[in-house]
Design a protein around this ligand. Structure first.
Ligand SMILES: [Zn+2]
Length: 429
């Protein structure tokens, strides 16, 4: 680390056993990374466990047998990792270092992206939550447009939140550019935890990503590897996860953003500008169908022609299962049209259960993914927007499986038909 005001720089020094190319597609990119924290932050006051947690999020895929930090971590943090089944050990450990504890009147932080899911999370969290946006500096031509995200952040600030934008280039440590691990978008929040007096770190992780709905099959997230490993490390650093939308699907977060006062700031498209989604990407495709289904709009042919003229969506729709296929099933089930591509899609995503009403409800056992202190207020807020699942809904969730659909020859047939027709009708924009 170099001591310039607020500038936190990590220099990675690979060791012989490290894994510079963990998979065919992913390798170690940049060996330095910088996080520009507010310059009143004295970097020496950042707890060594917080530094270590951030270094782990940045380097995890590339570490072979051991990871050595610039400062010794507490025994609580070191033990949490070293007693797990991880392939590597961390250190050094200083038995006399006190683990980190939040101060009085601490509050939650949130890794905020400006998208629908993290905006819904913010809408459910206490008003003193500090949303923290990681601003990736753009290095070369990129489709990513920051305009929408910046406007979201500005609106959040205007609504009275203690909003922070932190420039951080950690996504370049991975080639291709992206988060080394999915929780790495919280690195600025963790580094600012002492400064902002945070006692937990929030993510807009939705039911599709936690419990696996829309993926191959249900996953017991609270007892699975991700929550045990990363959730455990965050807890050992004094900053447990707070996952307000973990029991809410993309249908639910969209409903919340349609209704909550802060909901208008959300924009899911990373390429359009403020309030002007590109209508040319996969997220836009899914969101158009979903929003119209939520609002109960019926769609005319010209509109559908436009929606389906989307090259990226065409690529995503060839997959089996399609990413977030459950959302397409839920949406197309609630929309009607004779439009040929729409009908083919509806036919393709039809399952044994098409109604999927439970996707618009809250899975309340997910309350265990929220620190006790915040449970009752968040529960109350969720129930303002969404009904709670009953036992039959819950068993539909916990028995979720797409394996039959994936293995069915008729799915392959329907997929081929849809993609051929869609490719055939693509026009240049
Ligand atoms: Zn878009």
């Amino acid at each position: 680390m170099v001591q310039a005001p607020g500038l936190c720089r990590f220099i990675l020094e690979p060791e012989e056993q490290d894994i510079l190319q963990p998979t065919e597609k992913v390798s170690l990119g940049s060996r330095t990374t910088e996080i520009q924290l507010p310059n009143q932050i004295d970097l020496d006051t950042i707890h060594p466990d917080h530094l270590a947690l951030c270094i782990m999020m940045i380097t995890h895929p590339f570490v072979g047998k051991s990871l050595t930090f610039p400062k010794s971590v507490s025994k609580r943090f070191g033990d949490r990792h070293n007693q797990s089944a991880s392939r590597y050990k961390i250190g050094p450990v200083d038995d006399s270092l006190r683990p980190w504890r939040p101060g009085k009147n601490a509050r939650p932080g949130l890794a905020f992206s400006g998208g629908v899911d993290s905006t819904a999370a913010l809408a459910l969290m206490p008003a003193n939550t500090a949303p923290i946006f990681m601003d990736r500096p753009l290095r070369k031509k990129s489709l990513y447009d920051k305009d929408a995200a910046f406007n979201s952040c500005q609106e959040v600030k205007r609504l009275g939140y203690d909003m922070h934008i932190v420039t951080c280039d950690l996504e370049y440590v991975r080639s291709p550019v992206g988060f080394p691990v999915d929780v790495a978008n919280s690195v600025p929040a963790v580094l600012m935890a002492e400064h902002l007096n945070l006692d937990c770190i929030g993510f807009g992780t939705i039911m599709e990503s936690t419990y696996g709905t829309g993926h191959r099959r249900y996953r017991d997230y609270p007892n699975g590897h991700h929550y045990t490993h990363w959730g455990g490390l965050f807890r050992a650093a004094g900053l447990p996860f707070i996952l307000p939308v973990a029991g809410i699907s993309e249908v639910g977060t969209s409903i919340i953003c349609n209704e909550a006062p802060i909901g208008f700031v959300a924009q899911s498209c990373m390429r359009g500008t403020w309030k002007k989604p590109c209508l040319n990407c996969w997220k836009c495709f899914r969101k158009q169908l979903l929003d119209n289904a939520i609002l109960d709009n019926q769609l005319d042919s010209a509109y559908l022609d436009d929606i389906f003229n989307n090259k990226e969506a065409c690529r995503f729709l060839t997959r089996i299962p399609i990413k977030h296929e459950n959302i397409l099933t839920w949406s197309t089930h609630r929309l009607n049209s004779n439009h040929i591509l729409f009908s083919l899609l509806k036919d393709r995503v039809e399952g044994t259960e098409n109604d999927l009403t439970w996707l618009g409800k809250w899975y309340s056992p997910s309350i265990e993914l929220i620190p006790e202190k915040y449970r009752s207020t968040i529960c109350e807020k969720i129930l303002q927007y969404l009904p709670e699942m009953d036992q039959s809904d819950e068993s539909k969730l916990t028995s979720w499986s797409m394996l039959d659909l994936i293995d069915s020859p008729s799915t392959v047939q329907k997929s081929k038909l849809l993609v051929e027709k869609m490719n055939g009708s693509l026009k240049s924009r």
